[in-house]
Design a protein around this ligand. Structure first.
Ligand SMILES: Cc1ncc(COP(=O)(O)O)c(C=O)c1O
Length: 392
């Protein structure tokens, strides 16, 4: 353990200003420890974490099973190049494919990379094909994933983007159907849009996407990077509305905090890539794979997932009881509307030690750990009520 004293938040702000590219707008808190649903700063103040690194710390902070798996694997072997076999990644692929679309997996290190893989797979399957995306979608910030993310403020500074992306409205099954034809390589959908403020895509739109892909042979890709890994009370969000994709991407909560992403296929699309088509140095490395297997061991359990659904209902009911409007989402992926959301989130953090996130000027999202207790949900609601009262 380092004996260096923890730097103050003010010192970290100054150091960051000098040494890190200014890509993040941070709130003035520095966390140094985590346990379960709680984070602590250097002074020992405990914060109730209802954000989990934006759906990453799926089984809470420092879950004993995750810590043990990481420590054990780190002591044994941390990295091996993809020129050789390595059991943890192959075992993880076996479990993930058996519990999803039944085909094969490609591993990578982030959500954006998982979507890059899906974009390349779709183009390899239907060369030069167009990719249809929904308005307000977020698929990542690398150039391909950014081209699939129709947000002018994010895209415009980096033009020219990757060509061949077409945007359709989020809630118009007819428009989606009409946009998909013989020249379409893929349709990308987040079953529940996360970054735009937790918006479940309607069953009609999901069905229209499925039918359009069946009609034309285009690949239906579900981005489950934020809504997957048990977040909605089923292992994958698509199990709720029962519309299956051909390809699915996962990341964030998959490694419980270690960087790992996956692109998963049906058997029909399992052989699209050949050796040399795609790859990544760290992809599917033993340490991240061991972490993901430990997270899955906890999350991929019927009783555990049933509790996620029940806890989600308790939290949603509590939000409605506070008089908050436009409460939406599924399981433990929820949001509500409020005027000046960033101010509420700041007050909740600094005055009430509750970690939340604003997805925009009038929307607050909650993504607690799936291991959160009923008491912690009630505690969070009390803290949120106090923060809301403070703004009245
Ligand atoms: C739905 C979705 N797709 C892709 C990404 C990009 O993931 P990453 O930040 O790991 O690249 C995110 C991140 O917020 C996301 O929510």
């Amino acid at each position: 353990m380092s004996t260096r004293p923890a730097a103050s938040t003010a010192e970290l702000e100054a150091l960051e200003r000098d040494h890190l590219m200014p890509t993040y707008a941070r709130l003035p808190v520095a966390f140094v420890r985590g346990e379960g649903s709680w984070l602590r700063d250097a002074e020992g103040t405990a914060y109730l974490d209802f954000l989990t690194g934006i759906s990453v710390s799926q089984i809470g902070h420092s879950h004993p099973a995750l810590v043990e798996a990481v420590q054990e694997q780190a002591a044994r072997l941390i990295h091996v190049p993809n020129l050789f076999y390595s059991e943890p990644g192959i075992r993880l692929a076996q479990r993930l494919t058996e519990r999803s679309l039944g085909g094969r997996a490609f591993f990578c290190n982030s959500g954006a990379e998982a979507n890059e893989c899906a974009i390349k797979l779709a183009r390899r399957h239907r060369p030069r094909g167009e990719i249809v995306v929904l308005e307000h979608a977020f698929h990542g910030r690398t150039l391909g994933a950014l081209s699939a993310t129709p947000a002018p403020d994010k895209q415009r500074p980096f033009e020219p983007l990757v060509p061949g992306f077409r945007v359709v409205p989020r809630d118009d099954p007819g428009a989606l159907s009409a946009a998909v034809g013989e020249g379409t390589a893929a349709v990308f959908v987040e079953p529940i849009q996360g970054e735009s403020g937790i918006h479940p895509i309607s069953h009609e739109v999901l069905l229209a996407a499925r039918e359009a892909c069946d009609r034309t042979g285009a690949v239906l890709v579900f981005d489950e990077i934020q809504c997957g890994m048990g977040r909605t009370g089923t292992l994958w969000a698509y199990e709720g509305p029962r519309v299956r994709p051909d390809v699915m991407t996962a990341a964030k909560g998959l490694g419980g905090g270690l960087p790992i992403g996956a692109c998963l296929t049906t058997p029909q699309l399992a052989d699209v890539f050949s050796p040399g088509d795609h790859g990544s140095t760290f992809a599917g490395g033993p340490l991240a794979a061991a972490a993901a297997s430990a997270v899955l061991e906890v999350v991929d359990d019927e009783a555990f997932l049933g509790e996620v659904a029940a806890k989600g209902e308790r939290l949603a009911a509590g939000l409605r009881a506070l008089g908050l409007s436009a409460v939406r989402g599924r399981g433990l992926m929820l949001a509500f509307a409020v005027a000046d959301a960033p101010a509420l989130v700041r007050r909740a953090l600094l005055e009430h030690h509750l970690v939340l996130n604003a997805t925009g000027p009038d929307s607050v999202r909650l993504l607690p750990p799936l291991t959160v207790t009923a008491e912690e949900i009630d505690e969070a609601l009390e803290r949120l009520e106090a923060a809301v009262e403070g703004s009245r």
